[in-house]
Design a protein around this ligand. Structure first.
Ligand code: TRP
Length: 462
């Protein structure tokens, strides 16, 4: 009877070798282009310190509790997001339609993967360019030309998008233990070491620029904070923690029942935040040392940094390391974006290899529309008749739909499900605590997260 009241305990179809590997895998999902490419440039665009503080607060107050909820739902459901949500709703005697939340999360991951692979692909030729010294003594215009040339060429973009997707499916197709675990245990420590090398290099090469970067990132000037910056910070908190894309959900469904979800979530959010801040300390000192613009936008990593690599001693090595790191970070994330749908297809009887290839192949195909959005279809604005979407290419629309709608909506619904639909007894059981920390989580997930996210929606619509 007790079981019926709090829901069934299900068995996973497979499990991670151990708990630290799980943490590394989810951290690998979380740490990606979001940390190394996007976080520095949005910090630069939004004026530094004050934005960083708001971002940290969003991670702690909204991101972390929802990350905990997503891992919890995955582990309790023990299946792909859609089948888990159906099972969990049944446990709580609620509608099967909760399964649609699982479907939306899987779709979000699929859409993100389709363009993520194109952007991650940009970094691959940069490894080669940095290595052979293409940036050495090049003028800013010439380096801007390299980037512009890449984006203007559908064939080059297609090539690197294809290579990146092949890397992704190569790991995913082998399986959770032989593929994903092995990849993250090699790639994540390498990424961390490269990042540390870059930071130490910056400290030694030019202490005053390093100082300037630290002040820029950590001395808040709240007069620079706009309401748009706050929205950007919340949206990015979801993206960077891989929330509501089903990746964390699927990884959680393979987690051992004894592992503490609370400790796990804190570790993952901690690693993700640390890497974002470290990326800032790897990038901004170089920007300041060379008198470049911190607010230069998406080109920060692909144009601004190479200018600096081209001028500094050892820039060839430092630059190469940097882009290798970027590819590694994106790779462990893209692998995770496949997982929810792969898990679902496996539940439907497909083999692992076939499932990975099907999902990656379809995402690759859709990715072609992002490739074209950057050049031949630049002027194609399918929703241009709506004011809000004026001038937005297909790629811009995928980005908007996922970051501004699907991820926050998924996060909101997960918070409602964990806080209001599941019984308190079942969340207490799954999180293995009912103490003060549980009560803080329960309060955040029931009130703070839904109200916070609801507010973003309203602000976004207004
Ligand atoms: N968190 C990753 C990054 O910062 C992106 C990512 C991976 C993601 N998996 C996701 C985003 C699932 C949303 C949903 O680059």
């Amino acid at each position: 009877m007790a079981d019926a009241a709090i829901g069934a305990v299900r068995q996973p179809h497979q499990t991670w070798s151990n708990w630290p590997t799980f943490i590394l895998a989810v951290a690998g999902s979380a740490v990606g282009l979001g940390n190394i490419w996007k976080f520095p440039y949005i910090t630069g665009e939004n004026g530094g310190g004050a934005f960083v503080i708001v971002y940290l607060a969003c991670i702690a107050i909204i991101g972390l509790p929802i990350l905990t909820a997503e891992i919890m739902l995955g582990r309790r459901g023990r299946m792909s997001p859609v089948n888990s949500m159906i099972a969990l709703a049944r446990d709580a005697n609620r509608s099967r339609y909760w399964g649609l939340l699982g479907v939306m999360m899987m779709l979000a991951a699929f859409l993100i993967l389709s363009f993520y692979s194109v952007i991650a692909g940009w970094a691959i030729p940069y490894v080669g360019q940095a290595l052979v010294g293409s940036f050495a003594d090049a003028t800013p215009d010439e380096i801007g030309g390299i980037f512009g040339g890449l984006l203007a060429s559908p064939w080059q973009l297609l090539l690197w998008h294809t290579v990146f997707m092949a890397l992704t499916v190569g790991v995913s197709g082998i399986g959770v233990k032989a593929g994903i675990e092995r990849a993250v245990t090699i790639l994540m420590p390498s990424l961390f070491i490269i990042l540390a090398v870059l930071i130490i290099y910056n400290m030694m090469a030019d202490a005053s620029s390093f100082d300037k970067a630290v002040k820029f990132m950590f001395n808040p000037d709240f007069s620079k904070l706009t309401s748009e910056a706050i929205l950007t910070a919340i949206g990015h908190a979801f993206f960077t923690l891989s929330i509501a894309g089903g990746a964390v959900f699927a990884y959680g469904s393979y987690l051992d029942s004894k592992a503490s979800i609370g400790v796990t979530s804190v570790a993952i959010a901690g690693i993700d935040t640390l890497v974002a801040l470290m990326a800032g300390l790897a990038i901004f000192p170089i920007v300041f040392a060379n008198g470049l613009e911190a607010g230069s936008g998406p080109g920060l990593v692909f144009v601004t940094l190479p200018i600096a690599f081209g001028q500094m001693p050892g820039g060839q090595i430092i630059g190469t390391l940097f882009f290798v790191m970027l590819v590694f970070a994106a790779w462990t994330s893209s692998i995770s974006m496949l997982e929810a749908i792969v898990e679902w297809l496996q539940e439907r009887g497909l083999s692992r290899g076939k499932a990975s290839a099907t999902v990656a192949g379809s995402a690759w195909l859709l990715g072609l529309t992002t490739v074209l959005s950057l050049n031949l279809w630049k002027g194609f604005h399918p929703l241009g008749f709506i004011e809000r979407f004026e001038g937005k290419t297909l790629f811009d629309l995928y980005d908007y739909l996922t970051a501004n709608i699907m991820l926050p909506l998924g996060a909101l619904l997960m918070a409602v499900f964990a806080g209001w639909i599941m019984t308190r007894a079942s969340t207490e059981e799954e999180l293995a605590t009912s103490g003060p920390i549980y009560r803080v989580w329960y309060f955040l997930i029931r009130y703070v997260a839904p109200i916070g996210i609801g507010a973003i929606f309203i602000a976004n619509l207004g």
